[in-house]
Ligand binder design. Structure first.
Ligand code: HEM
Length: 462
């Protein structure tokens, strides 16, 4: 059955990555107690960009952590309706271990969001067509936060959007096509909207869990009804979970390792072999061409190609079994068999919205990605992919190989295997190329829920 998405109530990040808005800055903030968020929300809400068609030169999104929702006055019993992983947060000790945030990625070493640092309550994300416009809006935001006694934990300036991530590979190619969005018309494999936004059926045909309130808690009738028809109102409807992780990339270390691993017998560097091995780690060539379709050399004509499975490459001879994209979305290549594997992979899709960053006078000193993704289920989607596929040293029949790009190499997983005939080639001793430097789980509410939050603070619900 066709799903009608309430696009004017859903924040725009669900429908687009703002590729036409190449300049972006993300302000992570901590709020004073007692609450003073209503005034801030009154100012922010008219600027929030919805998922309905949009052509403005600046877009703004706002999201909150569990502590931010409490600060805004959402009663504990409603916050308790969110899943444990959201309430506990990304840096809860058990979650950190599960996510592989140990050793050099331990939250104790983070530059924001870690223990002992100011609590993260929310994030305001600005996207603009032009750097000047972005700077102006950022100044207004800074002044407005200060007027409300709210401090920025950090401002995260993104690099002007390019097609490539810092290791030099075309990124942002493979995205789920979401049923109900215009792009899904005629698409072969649209993913249910309820995988990424609450209030709609998910891939299993069920409504995602959502924090409900009795209708009496919403006398101004700002919230939308529970789509399951319980008579309650649904705070979560049209909202999504937003994962934000600042992932620092050791770009020199990555290419140094590849140079050393592909050096010729006479000790000279072999740039062709080095790029080929890097492509094997990613599963795509720098242009983006997928290895399953272009196994021997880069094929820029295929740079945006996402129409492939691993059916004809189950042994991994074209695209290694442990390549980043084959772990992050194994498509039909899990040992359960093609059809089951496609269904399983469909339960763990992520709507990625990353931006890269580089050394900036007023920002982080390193280089990397602000990895961001939207999900309707943090645990089944983001945490599962990170733990069970990317960081898993025994993924799909391997035995000491974590993700060659993102693996943390803590107790295992420092090898990369390239399947080949007559014998596979193993590259042991992979260093860590990616370190977590900050992060948090946010909830990106629908516009109705934002309006509800705005008036909570003003005593209307007391
Ligand atoms: C700094 C860290 C990372 C880098 C440099 C990186 C790089 C890439 C690149 C180059 C691609 C191929 C382009 C594309 O298919 O869109 C890709 C795809 C992907 N990545 Fe990452 N990535 C990073 C972290 C992560 C993390 C932490 C996750 C999830 C927890 C993730 C999930 C994915 C997914 C789901 C795909 C698409 C796979 C597919 O559908 O074929 N990535 N990444």
């Amino acid at each position: 059955m066709a799903v009608r998405l309430d696009l004017p109530d859903i924040q725009g990040l669900f429908a687009r990555g703002y590729s036409k808005h190449p300049h972006a800055r993300f302000t992570v903030f901590t709020a004073p107690r007692p609450a003073s968020g209503g005034a801030l929300l009154d100012w922010l809400i008219p600027q929030v960009t919805a998922a309905a068609p949009f052509s403005g030169d600046v877009a703004l999104q706002v999201a909150f952590t569990a502590s931010g929702l409490r600060w805004l006055g959402l009663p504990d019993r409603v916050v308790a309706g969110f899943p444990a992983e959201f309430i506990q947060g990304m840096t809860n000790t058990n979650r950190s271990r599960f996510l592989g945030d140990v050793g050099e990625s331990d939250p104790c070493r983070w530059s924001w969001g870690g223990p002992g640092q100011p609590p993260v309550d929310g994030i305001v994300m600005l996207y603009a067509t032009d750097q000047g416009v972005l700077t102006g809006r950022q100044q207004e935001l800074r002044a407005r936060l200060a007027d409300n006694g709210i401090s920025a934990v950090t401002e995260l300036p993104a690099l002007e959007r390019r097609d490539s991530e810092p290791f030099g590979f075309h990124d942002g190619i493979s995205q789920p096509v979401i049923a109900g969005l215009p792009k899904a018309v005629g698409a072969r494999q649209a993913v249910a909207a309820g995988e990424f936004v609450l209030g709609y059926p998910n891939a299993r045909g069920q409504l995602p869990d959502s924090p409900l309130l009795p209708a009496s808690a919403d006398p101004l009738r700002l919230l939308l009804p529970d789509p399951a028809g319980s008579g309650a109102v649904d705070f979560g409807r049209n909202g999504s979970y937003l994962v934000v992780r600042q992932l620092e990339q050791d770009v020199d270390g990555f290419w140094r390792f590849l140079d050393a691993a592909t050096r010729r017998a006479d000790g000279s560097e072999d740039p062709t072999a080095r790029t080929a091995l890097a492509a094997k780690m990613v599963g795509r060539w720098p242009s983006g061409a997928p290895l399953v379709k272009a196994p021997g050399q880069d094929a820029p004509a295929l740079s945006d190609d996402n129409d492939f499975t691993y059916r004809d490459d189950l042994p991994g001879l074209a695209c290694p079994v442990g390549a980043h994209i084959r772990r992050a979305n194994p498509r039909d290549s899990l040992p359960s068999g093609s059809a089951t594997s496609l269904t399983t992979s469909g339960l763990h899709r992520l709507l990625r919205r990353a931006r890269s960053y580089g050394p900036a006078a007023d920002g982080p000193s390193g280089t990397g990605l602000y990895f961001m993704c939207l999900t309707a289920d943090l645990s089944r989607q983001f945490e599962f992919v990170q733990h069970t596929w990317l960081n898993n040293a025994t993924f799909n029949g391997l035995y000491d190989d974590a993700d060659p790009l993102t693996g943390n190499r803590c107790s295992a997983g420092a090898a990369f295997t390239v399947q080949a005939r007559p014998v596979r080639r193993r590259y042991p001793g992979l260093p860590r190329f990616v370190r977590a430097r900050g992060g948090a789980y946010f909830f990106l509410p629908g516009l109705s829920a934002l309006r509800y939050l705005a008036q909570l603070n003003k005593g209307a619900q007391k």
